[in-house]
Design a protein around this ligand. Structure first.
Ligand code: ASP
Length: 346
């Protein structure tokens, strides 16, 4: 969807006049219910229904400690600690060699600071290492063995992240791949991946975000997706809003997806509209069609309005504030997303 000139001018004027995004009826066209109601703060949103537990923890931590970065970090811990979650932290699906490799990043809006780790093995909380990179080094990103040694040197013990269940699944996958390879070239499994991307806004209007994943299941060793890449899996702009992504990282990172969503909000789009516009813009220039992109975004603006849109089947996002928590359907943007389990159904 291209934002038309009239709407762009209208929305930009509205935005610069008040910095409140939902001020014209036009800008509310794609707005969800949450974009029309008063928002209590701190508010946290996260990808997928499992993100609700992280968001709830984050609200509590922010209220108790007053630290939004603690809230993002420790909120994400909840998902990283969940052995049953096969796409984040311990219990995550390993790479093709049977090693769990994790990616994470964090951003702090007020000082536009960022930290990130990619392809880190044997460390339970990659989000904490990303925060350490941000706060205690002059760098933004550490990868692989260097990231692991940095984590250990900072008191994060080496941990076995490969659960018995995932080891068994991986062995089965290997056998299947071997059988398939006799007939055709083995393909990377595109069905096993998810991410927690979490965004937060405090009562002072400051924005924060974090992202953590084990990435694409049975990926090639060393593969890094969008999640730890600032601007792709996560982006926070304290003047405007924040966005996070989940889906096939290769299709997000080739388009700087989260940055794109934030820029759409800067032009006056509501969070839901911004996610939709980013997906459509990507689909316009990508050889893959909408149904094959597997990309989903969540967005939160400076006024506390939130939204989401994507192409994956059943994409939902979680919201938590002192007013309570809910899991919302994202705007479904492809036939696949509208399918039996997806779409804008409650
Ligand atoms: N975006 C993640 C990656 O490609 C996976 C996901 O969110 O589904 O590593």
């Amino acid at each position: 969807m291209n934002i038309n000139r009239r709407k762009f001018i209208q929305n930009s004027a509205c935005l610069s006049a008040t910095r409140a995004i939902a001020c014209s009826p036009n800008s509310m066209m794609g707005a969800s219910h949450s974009e029309r109601t008063k928002i209590e703060k701190p508010v946290f949103i996260a990808t997928w229904p499992f993100g609700k537990f992280s968001c709830e923890a984050a609200v509590k931590i922010a209220n108790d400690s007053g630290s939004m970065l603690d809230a993002i970090e420790k909120g994400i811990w909840v998902t990283e600690n969940d052995v049953k979650n096969a796409s984040v932290g311990i219990g995550g699906i390993p790479n093709a060699n049977g090693q769990v490799e994790l990616d994470a990043c964090i951003m702090s809006g007020p000082n536009h600071n960022a930290g990130s780790v990619a392809g880190i093995r044997g460390i339970l909380h990659p989000i904490s290492i990303a925060r350490l990179v941000m706060e205690s080094t002059p760098h933004v990103m550490l990868v692989g063995e260097g990231a692991k040694q940095f984590a250990i040197a900072n008191g994060h013990p080496e941990t076995n992240l490969l659960t018995t269940q995932q080891k068994e699944n991986w062995q089965k996958w290997q056998t299947e791949q071997f059988e398939k390879s006799k007939k055709s070239k083995p393909k990377i499994d595109e069905d096993h991946h998810d991410t927690i991307a979490m965004l937060g806004l405090d009562s002072k209007g400051n924005l924060y975000g974090g992202c953590s994943t084990s990435g694409w299941g049975y990926k090639l060793a060393g593969r890094v997706g969008d999640s730890p890449i600032i601007g792709s899996g996560l982006y926070v702009d304290n003047q405007v809003g924040a966005a996070g992504a989940t889906g096939l990282g290769e299709n997000v990172m080739r388009h700087c997806g989260s940055f794109l969503v934030v820029e759409m909000m800067r032009q006056g789009a509501s969070p839901t509209e911004a996610c939709e516009m980013a997906v459509n813009r990507i689909a316009e220039i990508d050889p893959k069609n909408l149904g094959n992109l597997d990309i989903n975004f969540i967005a939160l603006n400076k006024a506390g309005q939130h939204g989401a849109a994507g192409t994956s089947k059943g994409f939902k996002y979680s919201v938590s504030s002192p007013a309570g928590s809910e899991v919302l359907n994202a705007k479904a943007m492809s036939e696949k997303a509208i399918g039996p389990e997806g779409g804008n159904r409650k």
